[in-house]
Design a protein around this ligand. Structure first.
Ligand code: BGC
Length: 613
């Protein structure tokens, strides 16, 4: 910073004095007109234990949730109720004390919003620490903490990364999917987290969409049965009194957005528009949500998409009449990331519309101060009525009681070893085995473990980040070997006989050999991506991958191509020259599962969850 001379300092001092005097005078004379800020009464914060009462009905774990919720609700001020309806991204907290002073209902980590120490312990400490601030309020209402654990507790380094949903869908195995949900819940609870923003129940209708892999495919009945199995698994675990609440998303018809209908200038399909009749919505897109509701899913996320030009988040008919009324969903309805405000000029009006449409908690995720102000204004003006607020808060509190947050403390867990445990990795390996789909086989598969000479090449051969795809440690995933797991190359090396020679070169540039290798295995595919960043006009292999395959083919008697991708890729022409082709989807950290099937330890059983055009 530049230094000031003595006279400059005096001048500055005098100007500041004049300014302060002017402000004081203005405050006195003009106050009501110019300085009246919308009043938001913040929540009463306790600096010591004195303001905490004990022996209250809602604190009694022996009473029914209904009784406890009613009692707590009756004690809450409007400011406390408003705070409960806010879902804030942890990195958007201006001050950690705001958790208490705004009485925030929930915090979350968006993809990649990790603690500085990204380890199971780092996550547990993060959540436990935030929770201590919620306990500084008069009523001590605990925070919900939500994450996108889309394929395992996937933000956490060291967690088991399961195949993405599209791979699980290829297994068509509800028991397996339930077990994956259960294992994921165990890893979440070990880090003190009780809320997950999955499963994704969108029905995929266009493989150009960047979110195909988050879904269970294009068939409503598969999506419905696997979705409910996953919900059952996630919500079945009780660890030290804590349970996970699942979120079915993205209500409704998010998978049917059409190409170039996105309201986001960076995207093509994601956050787009679905043109469909109500009958089509009911026939194709609603049933998986109905099944999840029947299986008591605790929350539902409304998507960022529009239906026939209207944002779903403002659609009272779909949220209140259909979901809460007809389907009798009595859980929590949340909006998606900035979904209430996106593209809205009048953010007050947008908020009013969304709450009146039936949104109970708003994934703001940033500006909770204005949210509190606007909500208070809306209630004072009668734009939102108090019954709507009570209904929303009742749903929020119910979920908090049901997940055990009032009675068990997040920090009490002693199960950190569950995260990435051998048992979970074995389960993930078996999920990988069952997810592989044999797209082509001309007398090549399975390979013999005693094959004398194998060449391995390709961008995904030794790349656990590519195997895992988006929503792994970072929102857009990580390219390369940064997390514990087994690459497919390592899986192959560990499977073949001791007499087999395995050579690896990423680009397929092998020395000139006297004889061709017996088998060339190319492992190629998509670099990680998430959401609309993965919207592409023609999903296909890159020129580099195709060149690698060509080089490998020239050195091998037979060529096997393993595709690592979140969706079908256009390989129609190229695959005519390949002897075997395998869709391995995004298998996650347990690449050994791919080798197990490749060499016939277990058979191919996976089938396509959507058309491979
Ligand atoms: C996605 C949701 C996700 C949320 C929180 C949004 O961009 O659409 O699926 O749960 O972010 O990370």
């Amino acid at each position: 910073m530049k230094r000031l001379t003595a006279s400059q300092k005096h001048l500055l001092g005098a100007s500041v004095l004049v300014l302060i005097t002017a402000l004081i005078l203005a405050r006195v004379f003009l106050a009501p007109k110019f300085f009246a800020t919308p009043v938001t009464t913040l929540v009463e914060v306790c600096n010591d234990e004195a303001c905490h009462k004990t022996g209250l009905l809602y604190q009694d774990a022996n009473l029914s949730t209904e009784t406890r919720v009613a009692d707590l609700l009756s004690r809450m001020t409007m400011a406390e109720k408003i705070g409960q309806m806010a879902l804030v991204e942890k990195n958007s907290l201006d001050d950690v004390n705001d958790i208490a002073s705004y009485g925030l209902g929930a915090l979350m980590s968006g993809g990649g919003a990790n603690p500085t120490e990204n380890s199971p312990k780092g996550w547990l400490d993060l959540v436990t620490n935030f929770q201590t601030y919620s306990q500084k309020t008069r009523l001590g209402i605990p925070l919900l903490y939500g994450v996108d654990a889309n394929h395992g507790h996937s933000n956490v380094i060291g967690a088991t990364i399961f195949p993405h949903a599209i791979g699980l869908a290829a297994t068509k195995d509800t028991k397996l999917v339930e077990a994956v949900g259960k294992a994921t819940a165990e890893e979440l609870l070990a880090t003190g987290i009780t809320w997950v923003f999955s499963p994704d129940l969108d029905i995929t209708q266009d493989q150009r969409w960047g979110r195909v892999y988050e879904t269970f495919g294009s068939d409503p009945s598969t999506v419905g049965s696997l979705g409910r199995a996953y919900v059952r698994g996630l919500q079945s675990v009780n660890q030290n009194g804590l349970r996970v609440a699942a979120t079915a998303k993205h209500y409704l018809a998010n998978g049917a957005s059409t190409w170039e209908s996105s309201t986001n200038p960076n995207f093509k399909i994601d956050q787009g528009n679905t043109s469909a009749t109500e009958a089509e919505l009911r026939k194709i897109h609603l049933p998986p949500f109905k099944q999840a509701v029947d299986d008591k899913v605790k929350s539902i996320m409304v998507g960022l998409n529009t239906w026939n030009g209207e944002k779903i988040v403002f659609n009272k008919y779909l949220i209140t009449d259909v979901l809460k009324g007809e389907l009798q969903f009595d859980g929590l309805v949340i909006s998606d990331w900035y979904g209430v405000y996106e593209h809205e000029e009048n953010i007050y009006a947008a908020l009013v519309k969304a709450i009146n449409a039936g949104i109970d908690m708003v994934m703001l995720p940033y500006d909770y101060q204005d949210f509190a102000k606007h909500m208070q204004q809306a209630i004072d003006r009668g734009d939102i009525n108090k019954t709507r607020i009570d209904d929303a808060v009742k749903r929020i509190l119910t979920m908090k009681f049901e997940t055990g947050l009032f009675d068990a403390s997040a920090g009490s867990t002693t199960n950190l070893d569950t995260v990435g445990s051998p048992a979970h990795r074995d389960l993930a390996r078996s999920a990988v085995q069952k997810s592989l789909v044999l797209l082509k086989n001309t007398k090549t598969m399975p390979l013999s473990k005693k094959t004398p000479h194998i060449l391995v090449a390709g961008s995904a051969a030794n790349n656990i980040g590519m195997q895992s795809g988006g929503w792994t440690v970072e929102w857009q995933g990580i390219d390369g070997n940064w997390i514990p797991g087994t690459s497919i190359l390592k899986g192959i090396q560990d499977t073949v006989s001791s007499s087999t020679k395995v050579e690896y070169n990423l680009a397929g540039e092998f020395e000139v050999q006297e004889n061709l290798a017996d088998i060339g295995i190319a492992i190629v595919g998509e670099k990680p991506y998430a959401e609309g960043w993965g919207d592409v006009a023609d999903p296909k292999l890159s020129a580099e991958d195709l060149a690698t395959i060509q080089r490998l083919k020239a050195k091998s008697k037979k060529l096997v191509v393993i595709i690592i991708s979140g969706r079908p890729l256009n390989i129609k022409e190229e695959m005519k020259d390949w002897d075997a082709v395998i869709a391995a989807w995004l298998p996650g950290t347990e690449g050994q599962g791919v080798a197990d099937v490749l060499f016939g330890t277990v058979p191919f059983t996976g089938t396509l969850p959507l058309e491979w055009k």
